[in-house]
Design a protein around this ligand. Structure first.
Ligand code: ZN
Length: 518
């Protein structure tokens, strides 16, 4: 007697195979059979007319603090996501100590969505989220920015012994179960690190057979160089490489998606196990201070505030920000109308407005500085990409899906609530850009394989019973930049390690997620 049978659906195996009429039987936390006449079960769900797929795996999440929120947060389950990979862009929530939290100013608080940021080592972080009970499974990367801030504060140059300490902390994190190493090389203090520093850390990942994921040093004018650096790091350290949120930013570079993909394919042919992920939008979302050149943040937030408040320093930063020959933040690569402020700790009236609106007839750079002065950790949605490039990247078989979500509170990029349904509704059904089996593969096995999540990302006997049942005819997301927190349509049932946590669209309220350790 099986525990559960999903009867009458069309199964997409996650490996790219065509949809096949089959029942799926689950016992305990595993799929035990896929096919016809599987015998009786304690519980049956009729899924006639619906698609059955492996639960989606979000390659690129910033849900690190979400399991610690007081209420369960089903925003990913409602998208069919059963596993999130957190700790991306170099920012893991461990290891942290008091000095690191102090040195990084509002940075972690801004990512935390109201959850207190407290000192923890990596094992402690994983233990705490496991004890809290995540709403879906969580696998965590250890982040270069976090390691560097811990060992070296916000200093640009490494102190003696700092790199060795970073490597020891990375080793501890992998021993605790970190599934890989991440970097975010546009964000201080990670951006102060050179290639050799990243190779040293990636070599630690190699010893644990864990991948290296990177928000590269540049995604606009120097995209090619940044890819070369990522590939060089993976080559020298002999690790799998995941290029995070593949994109081509900045109007002058639109059309360069082919360059990005050519580099990925070349590297693969040269023996690097490289893949990427992508979110299906023209806009990104990040800290507002990413508009400024890296020089603004040297020494930390207080130093940045001092510079913004000093007319000579502000003029120097403006000149740097406007210098298109150097990779100096996003300022000169967008217009103030492309920048929508989404979070602000002290002036809620500026959220939901663009820098152009806030500046009016005034100077937009000064407006930016004033907004940052009032909250150096403020967040934005920023329109950077061309739709042609988004589509070109999406059809490439090496690129999977990752949402790059923030915590599901306040105004956030709509990807937080709708990334996966948007791919299936807009890019599969409406535009016919991807087939359904291929889109499902990009959300499942393509991610599980690269992050070493064995037993996940496919539907078959022996796989972990993480399953999503959705209606291909109605799946989608109507969220917008102005009103993003809209529930997606078309996701009917979600099974998490054998437990039905969403049934007929209703979330049971249970916190059944596990911590998935490397
Ligand atoms: Zn990133």
């Amino acid at each position: 007697m099986h525990d559960l049978v999903l009867r009458g659906g069309t199964v997409y195996d996650g490996l790219g195979g065509p949809g096949a009429a089959a029942d799926v039987a689950v016992t305990g936390d595993r799929v035990v059979a896929v096919g016809a006449d599987l015998g009786p079960a304690r519980r049956e769900i009729d899924v006639t007319g619906l698609a059955v797929a492996p639960g989606f795996i979000d390659a690129h999440s910033h849900s690190d603090p979400v399991p610690l929120m007081p209420e369960p947060q089903p925003f990913k389950l409602f998208q069919g996501v059963t596993t999130e990979i957190v700790g991306n862009c170099g920012f893991s929530f461990a290891p942290l100590d008091d000095a690191t939290i102090e040195a990084t100013g509002p940075l972690f608080a801004e990512l935390a969505g109201g959850v207190p940021v407290v000192p923890r080592d990596f094992a402690g972080y994983l233990a705490d989220i496991a004890a809290a009970g995540p709403t879906n499974h969580i696998a965590a990367l250890v982040g270069h920015n976090t390691l560097r801030a811990y060992a070296n504060g916000m200093d640009e140059r490494l102190r003696p012994g700092a790199l060795e300490q970073m490597c020891r902390l990375a080793d501890d994190a992998f021993a605790a179960g970190a599934v890989g190493l991440s970097s975010g090389l546009i964000y201080p203090p990670g951006s102060y690190g050179d290639t050799a520093e990243l190779v040293a850390l990636a070599r630690v990942a190699h010893r644990w057979n864990r991948p290296y994921t990177t928000h590269m040093r540049n995604e606009d004018d120097r995209l090619g160089e940044a890819l070369d650096e990522a590939i060089a790091i993976a080559t020298q350290a002999r690790v799998r490489l995941q290029v995070s949120h593949c994109k081509v930013a900045g109007q002058a570079n639109h059309g360069n998606a082919k360059l990005l993909l050519a580099k990925l394919h070349e590297a693969r042919l040269a023996g690097v196990d490289v893949r990427g992920d992508q979110y299906p939008y023209r806009a990104g979302g990040t800290f507002l201070n990413a508009l400024l050149p890296g020089a603004a943040l040297v020494g930390g937030t207080d130093a940045m505030l001092a510079r913004l408040g000093d007319p000579a320093d502000r003029a120097r930063l403006r000149a740097l920000a406007e210098d298109l020959t150097q990779p100096n933040g996003f300022w000169a690569r967008v217009t103030p109308a492309d920048v929508l402020i989404t979070t602000h700790a002290t002036r809620p009236e500026v959220t939901g407005r663009t820098l152009a609106e806030l500046a009016g007839a005034g100077d937009a750079f000064d407006t930016l500085c004033e907004v940052l002065f009032a909250d150096p950790g403020a967040g934005m949605v920023i329109t950077l990409m061309a739709e042609d490039d988004v589509e070109t990247i999406m059809v490439d078989p090496l690129v999977g899906i990752g949402s790059d979500n923030g915590p599901p509170v306040g105004l956030q990029h709509p990807r937080t609530w709708g990334c996966f349904p948007r791919v299936l509704g807009e890019y599969v059904r409406e535009r016919g850009l991807l087939t359904l089996p291929e889109a499902v593969r990009k959300m499942t096995s393509a991610i599980a394989d690269q992050f070493g999540l064995t037993g996940r990302g496919y539907v078959g006997a022996g796989a972990v019973a993480d399953l999503v049942v959705f209606d291909p005819a109605t799946i989608g997301h109507d969220g917008t930049y102005a009103v993003p927190d809209v529930r997606p349509t078309g996701v009917e049932h979600v099974v998490l390690a054998g437990h039905v946590v969403v049934e007929a669209g209703r979330f049971t309220g249970e916190r059944r997620g596990h911590v998935v350790r490397g």
